[in-house]
Design a protein around this ligand. Structure first.
Ligand code: ARG
Length: 484
């Protein structure tokens, strides 16, 4: 197949060079956006009198046929350089020479940015929707286990008792930040590039506001040289995806540990586990491990993307063609990880007896003993020291804090009184954390309510974003309507 740029090159290009430079296998994923962009652009050409009404109608009808052809796998993928050439050539097959007009004042440099931005706005919505489901499932799990006391760890050593719901809500916050990053990514990406041409702008006074309206962009790109070289929207996207994967990886690691027979805090339903080919007793948490593994792929994608751009001279360079494979991969891995994890988390069961049993040792109440003494008048430093000695005594005697009697306690400090035992148990330790970000049951209940409110606002925001992406059928209708 001829190249759209064949005039300048003598003879035909080397087969190997063709294979090396062709990108259709990857950028075919953008066909829908390229077709929508081309239809809208043709309407723009008509508006400034560069094509006639009949030609525009021909082009839109032809594009519908090309779209159907792509969806039916009608075209040989190895015969075209990229998705832009495929669409232009196949349009020519459908409608003849008029197809040669659709590139007037346009370059593949601004065309690919348009395709990518339209793709990205859709991809952001897709991952936002699945993240919201994950958040709702986290909230449901927190609500279901609102009062369960759970050991919090620091350095993977037992630290302080918290509510399991408080622990769950800690992940709600992380994913909410990711959601907000994606929403801001959508807004930063919402600049329409057409009119930038190859780099200097277009030789035709295309109505860019009209194109914005048709393609549902909020803003016009300001500087043509920036527009054709900008890939920040993709870099921000991969960064957000890498954060999601990082957060998933951390919660997966927790759950893998809590799922071991040594901990047995949780049970993952069989549906989401795998067996071993040799050890019949095994029920492995492979999905959690795979998500943890895939997080490294997406982190790698972020670095790949940064290095691809580093040191590129202004404006468009072919290196940028490599951007799509990286982004598509990061999206695929992240989307499938969130999608499966949200189902898995919905189905985990807490093994409450094991959790209670586990909290019997580990001196989770130690900070509260120090706080108790402070409330009685001791300095915190002395209280810390006294409590440390009591813990040491318990370890030597192989007993727990709640096995101590008042007489022994008094040997360590005269401040200990009868009220010690009602103050120092796991539930009162939880409620003793008074701050509104802490684990006391009132704060957790308030935060749960606040989280539900925040996710409801996000759901409304996503609905709004959905109205800010073009739909193929509606676009064609709008183009026809604009003709009247
Ligand atoms: N396939 C190219 C890309 O993805 C499209 C732009 C090509 N531009 C060019 N001047 N060769 O970046």
């Amino acid at each position: 197949m001829d190249k759209i740029w064949s005039g300048r090159i003598s003879g035909s290009t080397n087969d190997f060079a063709d294979k090396f430079t062709f990108s259709l296998e990857t950028d075919i994923n953008l066909y829908m956006f390229d077709i929508m962009g081309t239809a809208a652009y043709a309407a723009g050409l008509k508006k400034v009198g560069l094509i006639s009404t009949d030609e525009l109608l021909n082009i839109t009808e032809g594009l519908i046929k090309v779209k159907n052809g792509i969806e039916k796998n009608k075209f040989r993928k190895n015969s075209y350089e990229d998705v832009h050439s495929l669409i232009e050539y196949e349009l020519k097959n459908e409608i003849g020479e008029t197809a040669g007009k659709i590139h007037t004042g346009r370059s593949r440099n601004d065309q690919i940015v348009l395709d990518e931005k339209l793709y990205l706005k859709n991809a952001i919505i897709d991952i936002l929707e699945v993240l919201v489901e994950l958040e709702l499932n986290i909230l449901e799990l927190a609500q279901k286990n609102i009062d369960v006391v759970f050991p919090a760890y620091t350095h993977l050593q037992k630290a302080q008792p918290v509510l399991f719901s408080h622990y769950m809500l800690s992940f709600f916050e992380k994913f909410l930040r990711d959601i907000n990053k994606l929403i801001s990514n959508f807004k930063d990406c919402d600049f329409m590039p057409l009119g930038s041409g190859a780099c200097a702008g277009s030789g035709y006074d295309i109505d860019r506001d009209f194109l914005c309206k048709l393609l549902k962009f909020k803003n016009k790109g300001i500087n043509s040289m920036d527009e054709v070289s900008n890939r920040d929207y993709f870099q921000d996207f991969i960064y957000s995806l890498s954060c999601i994967m990082l957060h998933l990886s951390r919660i997966c690691e927790d759950l893998i540990i809590y799922n071991t027979s040594e901990f047995s805090f949780i049970e993952i339903t069989d549906e989401f586990c795998t067996g071993s080919s040799i050890m019949p007793q095994k029920k492995n948490p492979d999905i959690l491990e795979l998500i943890r593994g895939k997080s490294s792929l997406v982190a790698g994608n972020l670095i790949q993307f940064e290095i691809m751009q580093k040191g590129l001279p202004s404006t468009y360079n072919r290196d940028l063609q490599e951007d799509k494979g990286i982004v598509f991969n990061a999206f695929k891995e992240s989307f499938s990880s969130v999608a499966i994890f949200k189902e898995l988390i919905k189905n985990i069961k807490l093994n409450k007896e094991k959790i209670i049993l586990n909290m019997k040792d580990g001196f989770l109440e130690a900070t509260d003993i120090a706080d108790y003494l402070v409330r009685k008048g001791e300095t915190f430093r002395n209280s810390h020291n006294i409590t440390g000695k009591i813990v040491k005594y318990c370890i030597e005697k192989s007993i727990n804090l709640y096995d101590l009697d008042l007489k022994t306690l008094k040997n360590y400090s005269p401040f200990f009184g009868k009220d010690f035992f009602e103050n120092i148990n796991l539930n009162s330790c939880v409620d003793a954390k008074k701050t509104d970000c802490g684990t006391n049951s009132n704060s957790v209940k308030n935060n749960l309510k606040f989280s539900i409110e925040r996710i409801n606002i996000i759901e409304k925001e996503i609905k709004k974003l959905k109205s800010q992406v073009p739909d193929f059928k509606k676009l064609i209708k709008e183009i026809k309507y604009a003709l009247d």
